[in-house]
Every structure is written in C-alpha cells, then in structure tokens.
Write a protein that binds this ligand. Structure first.
Ligand code: SAH
Length: 363
C-alpha cells in the first residue's frame, strides 16, 4: 500500500489535546518510538486493553455513541436471516451450516436473523454459530442476546478452520479495520502520522515519502493492508467451504482519494485526535480493494447499494406487513424504512459486498 522512503518529520496541524488513560499511553509511546502510522493509532484507540473504545467502553445504540442498521429496525436483521436461509437452501440444505458474524456488537442483528430463520426448522437445527469479536464487554452482551444458540467466540477470522459450509455476515465491521493515510505535499506524497506538537498534544505530522498517483496538493490517499487481508480470508473461506459472505458498510464502490477517518461520540462527529479511546474511530471501506482480495482468493464477488439490496430482498413488503400488524406504528416503520434504504440516508452511502463460492449465485 504505501511504499516508504526515509524522510524528515514536519508538522501539519495545530495542537490538539485529549484526555484519559489511552491518551497518556499514546503520548508515552510516541515519545519512545516516534510518530505512529494511523493504523497503529486506530488500533490503540479501538483495542488498547485498558483505554481502547471497544475493549473498555463500547456504547452502541440510541443512548450510546452511534446507531447501526440493526438498531434502526428489526427488518434489517430479519432480511439478512432470510438471505442466509436462502443460501443454505441453494446449498442443498446441508445438516451442518456454520454461521459466522464478524463484530456482532450487542447481538441485535444475529438475534433478529435467527428469529426470522425459524421459518426453516431444519436450518435452525443445522446452524453452528461462531462470533468473531475482540471486545470482552461486547462478548458478554452477545452471550446474553444469543443465549439460546450456543455461540462460540474467536478473536480473528483466520482462526476459523474446517470445511463445514460457512455463511458469514459482517455489518459495520470493516470500517473499524485500521487504515493508513498519505498526504500530497509540495515534495510529493508523505505518509501521515500521529505525533506530538510543541505543547505535548497529539498532532498529524508528515512522515516518510511514499509513492502515489498524480493528485493536487493536500490530497489524501488511504489504504488498509488489514482490509485486504480480511477480504482474502473471507474469499478463501467461502471458496473452501462452498459458502457465502455479506459485508455491509459505508464506503466507496470505486477507487478514490479523500480523508475519511472519522471519530463519533454521542452521535456527533469529532476530530479523530481529540479523544483517543473515547470515540468510535472508523474509515470508509474501500470495497474495490476488499472485493479484489476476496476474488483473488477464489470467490465470486458483487457489490450493490444497501438500498437496492434490501429492496430486492423485499423490505418494502416486510414494512407493509409490520405496519398492518401494528397500525399505530405505521409512521415509525415508514421512517425506519426510509432510513435504511433512502438514497439520502443509508441507502446509497452503504454498500453490500457479496463473496460466494464459484457456482453459487447470491440470492
Ligand atoms: N455489527 C454490529 C456492531 C458494529 S460495531 C452492528 O451492526 O450493530 C463494530 C463491532 O466490531 C464491535 O462488535 C467491535 O467490538 C467489533 N470489532 C471491531 N474491530 C474488531 C476486530 N479487529 N476484531 C474483532 N472484532 C472487532
């Protein structure tokens, strides 16, 4: 991704200061090792065992820091559950199916999916549930939400072994994978790093010279080695086991430039260096890179917008049925539907990347 050359450090941004344990540890680490690449900073902010957002204080949902599609409406998880049942049917209804979720959060999506999947009792009997999750507090929430389904936990997708047909879901997981950035300066591209300003606060600094395309001064280039690794692991997994995977996230469908690193806390955006460990820190998913890696590893791949995907699965019919069953809730269901598929809401910004075993067409 970014090819390093030696270079001098240069300050780009005004001083910034955060608070808390993760902040102190970062400062000490930068004093000892020098400015950190952004992927190292993101990993520390999200997963530092003491101060990381997911490790220490994940707070999902309406009263927390951010809302995801399964919290918008039960329809989201239900339709994904029916998609999984349809894949299982196309596989010939095997008597073992491994159902994997990456980053299951509080378990809402999977619990809605498995409820909808009860329409196929043989499917329910076949499912072996595997949750890939690093956060201890979220594992505890998932254990509660999915108590009836005997889940097993792993920390990394690479730890999945065996050849049991596997179907995988990942919603707003890929956006947590760490990215690196480069900025086009007067003397070419330089990696952007997190260093210290004179006052001892965190600041973006210019690091080593790296290669990059022609672009205007100030342009930002992002890449994520870990995203490509996860794409390759998913592609190899579905190709090997004859399964399918859905990765849903906000991101781009075409390669492009731009700074998409974003921190969100209490439903508001803040500067990514402002409060390390206290905000969720994500970046737009580079779907072309992710899907190319999956394809290289042997999968068939496709990308559609979330709006188109959910409409094809019948979300409008599901919304009408919910409104009929709960007449007082009609307007609320309409608002939820619009939030999930409206082109000015999640419908276009969010994409669905499918990876399937050769010969298995995604429903
Ligand atoms: N899918 C859920 C939660 C999204 S938040 C939803 O849609 O609501 C991101 C989730 O990914 C959290 O569960 C977080 O703990 C997990 N996560 C983030 N980075 C991870 C990593 N590198 N490995 C495993 N899980 C991770």
């Amino acid at each position: 991704c970014l090819t390093p050359h030696p270079g001098r450090l240069r300050r780009l941004d005004p001083p910034r200061r955060g608070e808390g344990g993760a902040f102190q540890r970062l400062i000490e680490r930068i004093r000892a090792d020098g400015p950190l690449p952004i992927d190292t900073y993101m990993d520390a902010c999200l997963h530092d065992p003491e101060g990381g957002y997911y490790a220490a204080r994940p707070n999902l949902g309406e009263h927390g820091d951010f809302i995801t599609a399964p919290h918008v409406s039960q329809m989201f998880g239900e339709l994904l559950g029916l998609w999984v049942v349809e894949v299982w049917t196309r596989l010939g209804g095997p008597n073992r199916l491994r159902l994997v979720e990456l980053g299951p959060g509080d378990g809402t999506l999977m619990s809605d999916a498995l409820r909808a999947a009860r329409i196929a009792p043989a499917f329910a009997a076949a499912v072996e549930l595997v949750l890939v999750e690093t956060s201890a507090p979220l594992r505890a929430r998932q254990a509660q939400a999915l108590a009836g389904h005997a889940p097993r936990w792993l920390s990394r997708i690479e730890n999945l072994d065996g050849d049991v047909p596997t179907v995988l879901l990942a919603n707003e997981f890929l956006d947590c994978l760490p990215i690196r950035q480069a900025v086009r300066g007067r003397d070419g591209w330089r990696e952007r790093r997190v260093g210290l300003d004179r006052a001892g606060g965190l600041a973006f600094v210019a690091g080593e010279r790296v290669g990059g395309p022609d672009a205007p001064l100030g342009a930002v280039l992002e890449c994520s080695p870990r995203l490509a690794e996860v794409g390759a692991s998913i592609g190899a997994l579905v190709a090997r086991t004859g399964g399918a995977a859905l990765a849903i996230d906000y991101g781009r469908a075409e390669p492009g430039l731009g700074d998409t690193l974003q921190a969100v806390r209490g439903h508001a955006k803040e500067r990514p260096l402002a409060n390390p460990g206290e905000a969720d820190l994500t970046a737009h998913v580079d779907f072309p890179t992710f899907l190319a890696a999956a394809k290289n590893a042997g999968a068939q791949v496709e990308i559609v917008t979330q709006g188109a995907f959910l409409r094809r699965l019948g979300i409008e019919d599901r919304a009408a049925a919910l409104a009929r069953a709960n007449p007082d809730e009609g307007e609320r269901v309409d608002r939820q539907l619009d939030r999930l598929i409206g082109p000015d809401q999640m419908g276009t910004l969010f994409k669905v990347g499918t990876s399937t075993a050769p010969g298995l067409d995604p429903p």
